[in-house]
Design a protein around this ligand. Structure first.
Ligand code: AMP
Ligand code: MG
Length: 417
């Protein structure tokens, strides 16, 4: 009996990492989440759905940058004292006018009295017994002034659709008169761990069982990005239970993320379920770890099937899942990647793109160095816990010497993640 080859799958299969990333980017651009108005206090980390134009200039008016005295510099030609004609503090608009030979006491942020062209710091002055102010240092025109609109002019575009709202971006929008901001909806996310062997955290295990450690890994990875994942009870390796629970979740959520059951084992039911119920964007990516990763959709719900090995979860979420959810919200700016010098040689014997776990640090010369963790098995969770970056070794086998520059994806926001 001759054996015929199995039919080629009807979806992209065993594809290069770059192709998987591009497929997800295209899917996301076709499935962009709707926008909503939110208050600035609720908008941190959200992605703008429209440009923000300054309604008002910033600063809004000429004002003092110091506590001190507003004056006209020319009046100090030949004299070191001026008459104190009044005071104008921040928040007051007294329409004070500086007469010849006069100065006006001001505080930081106070509107500049008409006619003044500089401010002298209080610390450089002294009030004399007759009430006049003596100026101990020379003063340049424009000194300690903040001019209206010198930072932003009214009508200028200060933030663009696709920008992520950082604390300073939110503050800037408010400073120029903004209030509600139009941002893309954050996806609702349902989270599933799957596997007959999994038991909840803290359970005393029977032989062959293990703790469901990926649950908190994924919950925490998502929470770190501001998502509020809804984690369902562990799914057993049972196709009926899988179809029922995932069917409910895909009806109700924007994104379903599963973990485990996407490989080639007897109990890996997810690819067949996704093919039957929806469509597969791709299955299996030429990356390590994370090769069996699955992506597709059921109706309007995007499904990401991450492999069960903990380090695969970690790497596929960070390199495919997170950018996908970024793109569903219209984020334009990619996550930062840096170049760093290897602190030890590495060798790769396979062709796939590899993501090693590593530690990034700055050496005494200010040069970024990365130390790869030699424990590279996809079950070696400890190496992931010790890492502050993923280190990319490009497609193709190769050897990299110590000191050679490689690309890294920082994990810690403190380093720019
Ligand atoms: P699978 O992809 O289902 O074949 O799982 C691959 C490996 O990851 C197996 O050793 C599983 O026991 C392990 N694994 C799967 N799911 C989890 C989980 N939620 N927590 C910890 N380990 C898991
Ligand atoms: Mg399994």
């Amino acid at each position: 009996m001759t054996q015929s080859a199995p039919p080629a799958p009807s979806f992209p299969n065993r594809i290069p990492f770059a192709q998987a990333r591009d497929i997800l980017a295209r899917v996301a651009s076709e499935s962009l989440l709707a926008s909503e108005m939110v208050a600035p206090s609720q908008a941190l980390g959200r992605v703008l759905a429209e440009d923000v134009v300054a309604a008002a200039p910033f600063p809004g008016f000429d004002n003092s940058a110091m506590d001190g005295f507003a004056l006209r510099v020319a009046d100090l030609d030949g004299s070191v004292t001026l008459e104190l004609a009044g005071e104008q503090f921040a928040g007051q608009a007294l329409s004070l006018q500086l007469g010849p030979g006069q100065c006006i006491r001001v505080t930081t942020g106070a509107a500049l009295p008409a006619g003044a062209d500089a401010v002298a710091m209080k610390e450089d002055t002294e009030q004399l017994a007759d009430g006049r102010i003596r100026f101990r240092t020379s003063i340049a025109p424009g000194q300690h002034l903040r001019r209206a609109g010198e930072d932003v002019r009214a009508g200028e575009t200060i933030l663009r659709s696709g920008d992520v709202l950082t604390p300073a971006a939110l503050s800037l929008a408010v400073a120029v008169g903004g209030d509600g901001m139009r941002v893309h909806r954050r996806p609702t996310v349902a989270l599933f761990t799957t596997g007959d062997e999994l038991r909840p955290a803290g359970t005393v295990l029977a032989p062959g069982e293990m703790h469901d450690s990926n649950r908190v890994l994924l919950q925490a990875l998502l929470q770190a990005e501001g998502y509020h994942p809804v984690a369902w009870p562990v799914l057993p390796d049972d196709p009926t239970r899988i179809a029922s629970a995932l069917g409910d979740a895909t009806d109700a959520f924007d994104v379903v993320i599963t973990c485990g059951g996407v490989s080639a084992g007897e109990k890996d039911y997810l690819p067949a379920w996704l093919e039957a119920q929806g469509r597969i964007h791709f299955w299996k990516v030429l990356m390590r770890p994370g090769m069996p990763v699955l992506a597709g959709r059921v109706g309007d719900c995007q499904v990401l099937g991450l492999p069960g090995n903990p380090v695969s979860v970690f790497a596929t979420w960070l390199t495919l899942g997170r950018p996908f959810l970024d793109a569903l919200q219209g984020r334009r700016e990619p996550r930062p990647r840096l170049n760093a010098r290897l602190s030890m040689p590495v060798r790769k014997r396979h062709d796939r793109l590899e993501f090693l776990r590593g530690r990034l640090h700055c050496d005494a010369d200010g040069q970024l160095q990365v130390a790869p963790n030699p424990a590279d098995g996809s079950h070696r969770l400890r190496a992931a816990a010790e890492a502050n970056c993923l280190l990319l070794l490009p497609d193709g086998a190769g050897e990299w010497d110590a000191g050679q520059v490689v690309e890294v994806l920082p994990l810690s926001p403190a380093i720019g993640g």
